[in-house]
Design a protein around this ligand. Structure first.
Ligand code: GLA
Length: 604
């Protein structure tokens, strides 16, 4: 008997009436040293439950396992902390999770096989799922309510009705949980319309709905689909995510609070998506691809009640007041903003040009035709593809099928242009000053599509590359996973003008040092670690690491202008900042500032 059961219009937990007032918070988007703090703040807002997805792609990076379950991925520890805080847990193990997460959580070793029909009862897909569940569920079973743990319900798939209608696949998943010992309540979630609810539902499994507004209509549609049982909004969207190059999203706190009031006044249960969004650290962000490819930014702040950096925002207080009208809220005072590091400038004192140090940084694979990143076994990061141009003169470089997702092109080390999947760019005029000129194409995987039919779309060079119609063959592919920036050789080259903070553009335009990708390194001192934000005025686009911790991507395209540095990444005394700047900088300095900038000036 599951701990959580349903009645004609509500839930019982261990036999007593229970309303789920939950908030989404993804452990994999929060530094593990901050999990306890975030969970405590969830309880203090009045939540009785915390919800999380489980990212298959990170937990099982290789098809044959093993399961990765440490550090940021130590889900059992997260569940223990939730329980210590007195919170119940809703677990959403996917295996598809959407979530603006790389590939929607489906591992690239799986999505790269074009023979596999994803999210279906294709036996090759379900066999992969079965292997994952075999690995994942044994360490989680002790944390299920049946064993005295906090997990009271488990979601089957995710908004499946928006994607397919293969009920046998949903049944396989539900049976897969049961066969491996999960006794807890199962549920599906779908966007609140009749078609999605019908296609994504499973007889005998509780249906829930996802929506952000039009509360009454949405709950009515859920009720029409499921005449009896608890009403639950499994994702109440109180904010939204951002794409690079688009305005920052915000939602008025009073407006969101009014809708929360409507949900609770209707007697429904709720999971606030997100309570605390966190960060897409490293290469973990996803992308949308509707009319065009649109990668998600590094911050997943989501305009949530608890900000990306763990401070209560306007919604925190507004929601706490709403919840207090319907359920007991702890009497302890609401949390206040945490300390921030004092403003600190970081001088980037050494520079290591990428193209000059490829062999130290990258494994090299030779191929006649350019392989995709998946064919090269690259889950994320960059590949530098190198070949020679056959003839001197002007010509058109054409990339059949385009690039995945952004390519910087160099001839004999000189930058000649950029191609972006976002802009459907496939061709570029180039001039080779000699036959045999070196063509370098540095391709960045900007994040795997996480929603819709394009999940698993390839990265890297996607087809034949031609120079004035002649196919280019014989490629050296340099695999830049960038898992360990400690490997970046310290070329010891002083940054010109670092004392003045300006890099004079003294190198000739044809030198790769002038505008090409360069690793920069600098040190700074911290008296007492505290949260801070990395600001990079004058820098263009790249990656940032602090003490080896990969903060993620930066890009002056915005809207996000600063990267969150969690306090636990810093140490008292000497700290190190490493940047991979892909284009160029007008400054040799970065700043650690107490003021985040997610693009508020454009908020609507
Ligand atoms: C849907 C998905 C979530 C997330 C939100 C948008 O509801 O289920 O994973 O992608 O959209 O943030």
């Amino acid at each position: 008997m599951p701990a959580l059961t349903t009645t004609t219009d509500g839930f019982l937990l261990h036999g007593a009436p229970f309303r789920i007032i939950s908030g989404a918070m993804h452990y994999f988007r929060i530094h593990p040293d901050q999990w306890a703090d975030r969970l405590r703040k969830a309880r203090l807002m009045g939540l009785n439950t915390a919800e999380t997805y489980v990212p298959w792609n990170l937990h099982q990076p290789e098809p044959d396992g093993p399961l990765v379950l440490d550090g940021l991925l130590d889900l059992p520890r997260y569940l223990r902390l939730a329980q210590e805080e007195g919170l119940q847990v809703l677990l959403r193990p996917g295996p598809y999770i959407c979530a603006e997460w790389d590939g929607g959580g489906l591992p690239s070793w799986l999505t790269s096989d074009p023979g596999i029909k994803l999210r279906s009862s294709d036996p090759r897909f379900t066999a992969a799922i079965d292997r994952f569940l075999d690995l994942l569920l044994p360490p989680l079973l002790p944390h299920m309510a049946a064993s005295g743990g906090p997990v009271i319900a488990v979601q089957v798939e995710n908004e499946y009705g928006a994607y397919g209608d293969d009920t046998a696949y949903l049944r396989h998943l539900a049976d897969g949980f049961r066969d491996r010992g999960v006794e807890e309540l199962l549920f599906t979630c779908d966007q609140a319309n009749a078609e999605h609810l019908a296609a994504g539902g499973l007889p005998g499994v509780l249906a829930t709905a996802t929506f952000g507004s039009r509360v009454t209509d949405s709950l009515d549609r859920l009720r029409a689909h499921q005449p009896q049982g608890p009403l639950m909004c499994a994702e109440f969207w109180i904010g939204w995510f951002d794409h690079w190059g688009e305005p920052h999203h915000g939602r008025d706190a009073a407006d969101a609070a009014a809708d929360l009031e409507r949900i609770l006044a209707a007697g429904a249960s709720v999971n606030i998506y997100m309570f605390h969004g966190g960060t897409n650290f490293g290469f973990t962000n996803g992308a949308n691809h509707d009319h065009a490819y649109a990668p998600i930014v590094t911050s997943y702040d989501y305009d949530a009640p608890l900000t990306e950096w763990g401070d209560p925002g306007p919604k925190y207080h507004a929601f706490r007041e709403v919840i207090a009208r319907h359920a007991p809220v702890p009497e302890e005072p609401a949390p206040t903003p945490g300390p921030k590091l004092p403003y600190t400038e970081v001088e980037l004192t050494s520079r290591t040009p990428l193209l000059a140090h490829l062999d130290e940084l990258a494994e090299r694979v030779h191929a006649e035709q350019p392989p995709t990143m998946e064919e090269l076994g690259m889950r994320s990061g960059y590949v530098l593809y190198r070949t020679a141009l056959p003839a001197a003169g002007d010509g058109l470089l054409h990339f059949e099928g385009g690039v995945g997702d952004r390519a910087q092109v160099f001839v004999d080390g000189a930058p000649v242009g950029v191609l972006e999947r976002e802009r459907h760019e496939e061709s570029l005029p180039v001039r080779a000053l000699r036959a045999g000129a070196v063509l370098d194409v540095l391709v960045e995987n900007m994040g795997g599509v996480n929603y819709g039919p394009r999940i698993g779309a390839s990265k890297g060079l996607l087809g034949t590359v031609r120079f004035d119609g002649t196919p280019l063959v014989g490629w050296d592919c340099h695999l830049l996973a960038l898992n360990d920036v400690g490997q970046v050789p310290d070329a010891g080259t002083e940054v010109p003008g670092s004392a003045s903070g300006q890099v004079p553009d003294t190198a000739p335009a044809s030198s790769p040092d002038a505008h090409g990708p360069v690793f920069y390194r600098g040190e700074f001192t911290v008296d007492a670690p505290a949260d801070t934000f990395l600001a990079l005025p004058g820098w263009t686009k790249g990656q940032a690491w602090v003490n080896g911790f990969h903060l993620g991507r930066y890009w002056n395209r915005g809207p996000q202008r600063t990267l969150y540095i969690p306090a636990p990444v810093l140490r008292t005394g000497r700290n190190e900042l490493v940047l991979l700047e892909l284009h160029g900088t007008t400054s040799a300095r970065a700043a650690l500032t107490a003021t985040p900038d997610l693009g508020y000036e454009k908020a609507h």
